[in-house]
Design a protein around this ligand. Structure first.
Ligand code: SF4
Ligand code: FES
Length: 147
């Protein structure tokens, strides 16, 4: 996990989970820009706008947290993109099938490998359904490339 931070917000980036649909680039190009280095500029917008954009990340590759002393209202920071976010346990898990793309998990799940080991516990995941991901069982965007 890579962190990008200022005094008010930390953006966490898990590149191996990104499915590359570009939601973050579209929603907040002043913060998320592939043409810039680093590609995440946490000073490019307000923490609130950054948090709302990250809440929309379908794969969970982007997350946020508030550093100690942050001036952001914690009530603003309780969206699904918060690193510590947990869905209410009584909510059913939703799985959205993306045509020619991943299965998007929306709900608390425990992902277990063939040996019975826990791979990940989370409320947001994008799972590969094409069989070509280099980071199975997670989608890594490979489905977008021609075979
Ligand atoms: S999956 Fe998340 S991090 Fe990757 S491009 Fe989409 S919104 Fe951005
Ligand atoms: S569905 Fe995205 S890499 Fe397989």
């Amino acid at each position: 996990m890579k962190d990008y931070k200022n005094k008010d917000i930390t953006v966490h980036w898990l590149p191996e989970l990104c499915t590359h649909p570009g939601t973050c680039l579209r929603l907040l190009p002043e913060v998320f820009s592939l043409g810039s280095r680093p590609w995440i500029n946490v000073d490019g917008s307000t923490p609130e706008k950054i948090m709302r954009a990250i809440d929309e990340c379908p794969s969970g590759a982007l997350r946020y947290s508030l550093p100690e002393g942050s001036s952001v209202d914690p009530n603003e920071a309780c969206g699904v993109g918060n690193l510590a976010f947990k869905k209410p346990s009584e909510e059913p898990v939703k799985i959205k099938v993306i045509k020619n793309g991943p299965l998007l998990i929306d709900g608390n799940v425990i992902l277990i490998d063939s040996a019975g080991e826990i791979i990940k516990e989370d409320c947001k995941m994008a799972l590969c359904s094409c069989g070509r991901s280099k980071n199975p069982p997670f989608c890594d965007g490979t489905h977008r490339h021609p075979k």
